[in-house]
Design a protein around this ligand. Structure first.
Ligand code: PEP
Ligand code: MG
Length: 560
C-alpha cells in the first residue's frame, strides 16, 4: 500500500480514525435463473421486496429530516419514488411471466433504466449509483443477504465504500463518521453533495478505497484529496494545523474579490438554476458568472415554455440586484444530449460535433425563444444581464450570436472561449463580443485532444498544462473584459495565475469562493503576474504548479 492514496477531495476538513467498510457488495443474480413455476407468487415476492425498499428509504428520509438534513430527505424520497416506479414494476412482472426468477427479474428491469441514465450525460450518469443502490437493496432482500449499509461501530470511524448510496449518507451521524472515502463517485455525486452539506470530510474517486483493511487507522484530508494509512502523530498534527489555518482564513474571507494591492477581481458563482442561488449568496458571490441553462431543458421531450424559462431566469436575476448575471444559452449536444435536439446524424466524436452554438444555429427558434425569455425576465430589474454563447469557433459565429441577441433586445452579448481556434484568434472575435468567458474545462479538452468524459486521460485534462495557459493569454489580452468560468477558476493557486494573465473576473462553484477570495487577498497583482509568467515557462503541469507557487508564498498560510 503506498504511503498516501490520492483521490478527489470533495468536502474539506481532516478526519482521523479506523476504517469501517460498508457491508459487502450484493452479487449479480445468475443470468438464466428461473423460478419454480408459480409466477403469481414470485411476482408478489418481487413487488413486496421493492415496496419494502421504498418504505425503508422513506423511513430513513424521515430520520434524516428529523436530524435537520432536508436535502437527504429529498434524495431518499426521490429514491423511494424510483423503487415504486410503475414502469419498473411492469418490467419485473413481464420477466417473471417469462419464467425468470424474482431477483434476476429485478436486476434486469433495473438494467434498462441504468443504461438510459448512463448514456444521458455526465449529470445523469452520476444518478446511476442511486439506482444501483435501490436495486441491490431489493436483491439483497430477495436473496436473504445482508442489506448493504453503514456498519455499526462503538467508536468514530472513517467510512470506506465502493460508492456511498444516499440512503447511507443521509442517516449518518457526523459525530460517528469522521470522514468518507469512496472508490467511485465524482464532485457531482450525491456522496459529495451530502458530505459537503453535513460538513464531513470526503475523498471520492480514490483507487484502493475498498482495499483498506477494516480497522486500519487513516488520515483523510478532504481538501487535498489524500488518505494516509497509519499516519504518525506528527502527520496528524500537521494536517489538523493546516485545516485549522484554512478554516480561520476562510472565516475572515468576506467582501468583494480584490488582490492585496487593491486590484478588483469580481468573484462570481457558477449555477445550474435558482436552487443554487442560496449557496452562491452564502459564499459571498458578487453575481453569477455562469448560469448553465441546460438543466432546465434536461429530461424533457419538448423545450420548456417561454413563460417557464422567464420565471427561472427572473428568480436568479432578482437574487443579485446590484450584480451581474451571466447566462449561457443552451449548451446542448456532446455530454449534454437533449431528447428534443438529437444530433443530425451519427457522430463518431460528439465532443467535436454539433453542440453549443452549432446546435442552436440548426434550431434558431429554440435560441430565439430563450433570448426572448431572457429579455423579458430582465426587463425592469436592476441586475445586469449578460448573455453568452457556448462553443463559438470564429468571428462569423460570434457575429451571428451578437445579431441574434440584438434582435431579441439583449444589450450585452458575450461569448465563451473554449475552442482553441477562438482563443488563438480572440482579437478577431473581440469586435463581436462585449465580453469573453473562458471555459477552461472544454478549452483543456480541446487543446490536449483528451475527451473530458474519459477518466483514464485525467492527466491530460489538467488546466495547468502550459499549453492551456498559452491559450488563456491571448483571450485575456484581446481588449474586452475576460472572465474564466471553468473549474480552473476555483483552484486558488491557478486563480492567481489567471489574474496574472489578465483575466478580469472568476466564476466557480460556490464552495470554492472563500478559498479563492482568501488567496487573492494575500497576493499583489504583480505577484500574480510573476506567478503566471513562471507557470508559462514550465514544461509540464506539475512544473507549472511548482513554478507559480514560488511567487505565491501566502498560499501556505491557507494550508494549500
Ligand atoms: C467549460 O467548458 O469550462 C465550461 C464552463 O462549460 P461546461 O463545463 O458546462 O462545458
Ligand atoms: Mg464548456
Amino acid at each position: 500500500m503506498p504511503d498516501v492514496l490520492q483521490g478527489a477531495g470533495v468536502s474539506p476538513g481532516v478526519g482521523v480514525g479506523p476504517v469501517r467498510s460498508i457491508a459487502g457488495a450484493v452479487p449479480e443474480p445468475a443470468a438464466g435463473a428461473r423460478h419454480g413455476g408459480d409466477a403469481a407468487a414470485e411476482r408478489d415476492t418481487a413487488l413486496a421486496a421493492l415496496e419494502a425498499v421504498a418504505a425503508d428509504l422513506e423511513e430513513r428520509g424521515g430520520r434524516a429530516a428529523e436530524a435537520g438534513n432536508a436535502a437527504g430527505r429529498d434524495v431518499l424520497n426521490a429514491q423511494a419514488l424510483m423503487a415504486r416506479d410503475p414502469g419498473l414494476a411492469d418490467g419485473v412482472r413481464a420477466r417473471i411471466g417469462e419464467g425468470v426468477a424474482a431477483a434476476r427479474a429485478v436486476f434486469e428491469a433495473f438494467g434498462v433504466y441504468r443504461e438510459m441514465l448512463a448514456g444521458a450525460g455526465e449529470y445523469m450518469a452520476a444518478r446511476v449509483s442511486d439506482l444501483d443502490d435501490i436495486r441491490d437493496r431489493a436483491i439483497a432482500r430477495l436473496l436473504g443477504l445482508p442489506v448493504p449499509g453503514v456498519p455499526e461501530s462503538d467508536e468514530p470511524f472513517v467510512l470506506a465504500a465502493r460508492d456511498l448510496a444516499p440512503a447511507d449518507t443521509a442517516v449518518l451521524d457526523p459525530a460517528q463518521v469522521v470522514a468518507f472515502v469512496t472508490e467511485e463517485g465524482g464532485p457531482t455525486s450525491h456522496t459529495a453533495i451530502l458530505a459537503r452539506t453535513m460538513g464531513v470530510p470526503a475523498v471520492v474517486a480514490l483507487p484502493g478505497a475498498t482495499s483498506l483493511a477494516d480497522g486500519t487507522r487513516v488520515l483523510v484530508d478532504g481538501a487535498a484529496g489524500t488518505v494516509r494509512p497509519d499516519p504518525t502523530d506528527a502527520e496528524v498534527t500537521a494536517a489538523r494545523a493546516a485545516a485549522a489555518a484554512r478554516a480561520s482564513a476562510l472565516e475572515e474571507s468576506t467582501g468583494p474579490g480584490v488582490t492585496r494591492d487593491g486590484h478588483e477581481v469580481p468573484l462570481l458563482a457558477n449555477i445550474g438554476g435558482p436552487k443554487d442561488v442560496e449557496a452562491a449568496l452564502a459564499n459571498g458571490a458578487e453575481g453569477v458568472g455562469l448560469y448553465r441553462t441546460e438543466f432546465l431543458f434536461l429530461d424533457r421531450a419538448t423545450p420548456p415554455s417561454g413563460a417557464e424559462q422567464e420565471e427561472a431566469y427572473r428568480k436568479v436575476l432578482e437574487a443579485f440586484p446590484g450584480g451581474r448575471v451571466v447566462v449561457r444559452t443552451l449548451d446542448a449536444g456532446a455530454d449534454k444530449p437533449l431528447a428534443f435536439l438529437p444530433a443530425p446524424g451519427e457522430e463518431p466524436n460528439p465532443a467535436l460535433g454539433e453542440r453549443g452554438l452549432r446546435m442552436m444555429r440548426r434550431h434558431p427558434d429554440v435560441l430565439a425563444a430563450q433570448l426572448a425569455a431572457l429579455a423579458r425576465a430582465a426587463a425592469g430589474l436592476p441586475a445586469k444581464l449578460q448573455v453568452m454563447a457556448p462553443m463559438v469557433t470564429d468571428a462569423a459565429e460570434a457575429a451571428y450570436f451578437a445579431a441574434a441577441c440584438r434582435e431579441a433586445g439583449i444589450e450585452h452579448p458575450g461569448i465563451m472561449i473554449e475552442v482553441p481556434a477562438a482563443a488563438l484568434r480572440a482579437h478577431d472575435l473581440a469586435p463581436e463580443a462585449e465580453f469573453f468567458s473562458i471555459g477552461t474545462n472544454d478549452l483543456t479538452q480541446y487543446a490536449c485532444a483528451a475527451d473530458r468524459q474519459v477518466g483514464g486521460l485525467a492527466h491530460l485534462q489538467d488546466p495547468w498544462q502550459p499549453a492551456v495557459l498559452d491559450l488563456v493569454a491571448p483571450a485575456a489580452g484581446a481588449g474586452v473584459p475576460c472572465g474564466v468560468c471553468g473549474e480552473a477558476a476555483g483552484d486558488p493557486a491557478l486563480a492567481c495565475v489567471l489574474v496574472g494573465l489578465g483575466v478580469t473576473s472568476l466564476s466557480m462553484s460556490a464552495p470554492s469562493l472563500p478559498l479563492v477570495r482568501a488567496a487573492l487577498a494575500r497576493h499583489t497583482l504583480d505577484e500574480c503576474r510573476q506567478a503566471a509568467a513562471a507557470a508559462r515557462t514550465a514544461r509540464t503541469p506539475d512544473q507549472a504548479r511548482a513554478a507559480a507557487r514560488t511567487h505565491l508564498h501566502a498560499l501556505a498560510d491557507l494550508g494549500i
